[in-house]
Design a protein around this ligand. Structure first.
Ligand SMILES: Nc1ncnc2c1ncn2[C@@H]1O[C@H](COP(=O)(O)OP(=O)(O)O)[C@@H](O)[C@H]1O
Ligand SMILES: [Mg+2]
Length: 462
């Protein structure tokens, strides 16, 4: 068979060259040439047909019953995916090396291959990083021993597609996309051209055969290796597996999902026998909270449809030179803004201080309801006045120091009451419009000053 030809094309201007060049002679861009396969018969037309159908149809005539999802049986994972894997979809599972992607994938494939109710299903796990024996050892440790869970140690794209076509599995998993290469291209495995070619061909396979396909991608920081960033536009869903090294807590988060919400998070704990779902993440996040210590505030946050209680910590100390600011788990710009609000609206000096803010447990907060927690933690640390241990808060803070209402207050209050909190400081508008009753003392506030008066207790002696 003749080797498929490849060419190098500039990603900015489209200039094509038969060999690699460091600089594009057309537009002058550096490192913009990427190897691409040319003229794979039928590829683009087959893909377009699979995606769009033959002729335009009336939307009213299209059947809209929910696509049957392939459930993994791991509740936290299924929820993040929007209810399970969609047949024919391409999902990218990203994360740092060693975080537990292969572990999660094997456990999920086991759940699909041997569902609790229903018939066994064929799934194919392609490992480009580990031998069949290594994978078997891991599978044994995880209890992933379903007879219909098949393993293939292979890195050649054509072989992977041949086997997947022959076996017609319900789910195909490729671990990792960076190891897959096509001999048709000269560039090394993991290069941008190879990764894009492999992802493109696997996408066509998934759409044409209706096979849910999962690609694992390492998040690489070196510019030389193609990170999965380049694939995010191609795939239907991107889920990230995150966590702090040395901490058992892992968080699964959808960054993109054509078949579900991107707000959902899944929480897991890593154990020797694999990943365990965390049913009550609030309890986990609050387990090591220092009660009665200045600088610690508990907020009631909502991620997707699920309430999460998390501890926000702040340390405010006199700066020895240029004040330093660092924020982990919250947007540093948001923190700077809130510190300015504290300074101006509550009269607590922040500008000449080092300020460090951290969200305990390795979770990231992105909703404005966390504002009041950041303000409370920073003000508590600066004034050395702790927040009473069974008091919780939430609310968005505006530039004028006003505390603004947020969505879903009922969900937050119910979770706080469930975990034994007694009192909640919340936006007055939320309090006034609450639906239902809660076993909590509710303190509605309109501005930061009132909120801090309600939250901070008398100073502790040093
Ligand atoms: N034999 C083992 N016993 C217990 N834990 C292990 C063992 N081997 C690996 N692990 C755990 O699994 C993690 C690696 O997970 P893995 O799924 O291979 O990550 P990734 O695929 O994201 O690189 C390690 O960080 C380690 O905590
Ligand atoms: Mg792995």
């Amino acid at each position: 068979m003749a080797k498929p030809r490849s060419q190098f094309s500039c990603q900015s201007c489209g200039y094509a060259s038969p060999k690699w060049l460091g600089r594009c002679p057309e537009c002058g861009g550096w490192n913009t040439l990427v190897e691409e396969a040319v003229s794979i018969p039928g590829r683009s037309t087959a893909l377009a047909g699979a995606l769009t159908g033959e002729a335009p149809v009336s939307l009213a005539d299209v059947p809209t019953d929910d696509a049957p999802r392939v459930k993994t049986g791991i509740g936290e994972l299924d929820r993040v995916l929007g209810g399970g894997l969609v047949p024919g979809s391409l999902v990218l599972l990203g994360g740092d090396p060693g975080i537990g992607k292969s572990t999660l994938l094997l456990q999920a494939l086991q759940g699909i291959a041997a569902p609790q109710h229903g018939k066994p299903r064929t799934v194919l796990y392609v490992s480009g990083e580990e031998s069949v024996r290594q994978t078997a050892l891991r599978a044994q440790r995880l209890g992933a021993r379903a007879p219909s869970l098949l393993v293939l140690a292979e890195t050649r794209l054509e072989r992977i597609l041949d086997e997947a076509t022959r076996l017609a599995p319900v789910v195909l998993a490729v671990d990792s996309i960076q190891t897959v290469h096509s001999p048709g291209l000269e560039s090394v495995p993991g290069s941008l051209g190879q990764v894009r070619e492999a992802a493109g061909r696997l996408l066509s396979f998934a759409k044409e055969r209706g096979v849910a396909t999962v690609l694992v991608g390492h998040v690489t920081k070196e510019g030389g290796l193609a990170g999965p960033k380049t694939l995010e536009h191609v795939v239907d869903a991107v889920v990230h597996f995150e966590g702090e090294p040395g901490h058992p807590c892992r968080i699964l988060r959808a960054a993109k999902n054509r078949f579900g919400s991107t707000n959902e998070v899944g929480v897991f704990e890593m154990h020797a026998e694999g990943l365990r779902e965390v049913q009550n993440p609030s309890a986990l996040f609050l387990a090591e909270r220092p009660v009665g210590v200045p600088g610690s505030a508990v907020i009631a946050s909502v991620e997707g449809s699920r309430p999460l209680l998390v501890e926000v910590q702040a340390l405010v100390a006199a700066a020895a030179g240029m004040p330093r600011r660092a924020a982990l788990g919250v947007d540093p710009n948001r923190v700077s803004l809130l510190l300015a609000v504290i300074e101006r609206r509550a009269g607590i000096g922040m500008l000449g201080q080092d300020v460090f803010v951290n969200v305990a447990g390795g979770i990231r907060l992105s909703e404005p309801a966390a504002d009041l927690g950041i303000v409370a933690a920073a003000a508590s640390s600066a004034t050395r006045r702790p927040i009473e241990g069974r008091t919780i808060c939430f609310g968005e803070v505006g530039l004028a120091g006003e505390v603004r209402a947020v969505a879903q207050p009922e969900l937050r209050l119910a979770e706080a009451a469930k975990l034994g909190f007694r009192r909640c400081v919340l936006p007055e508008l939320n309090r006034a419009r609450l639906i239902g009753t809660f076993d909590l003392e509710l303190v509605g506030v309109r501005d930061v000053e009132a909120a801090l008066a309600a939250l901070l207790v008398a100073p502790v002696r040093r």
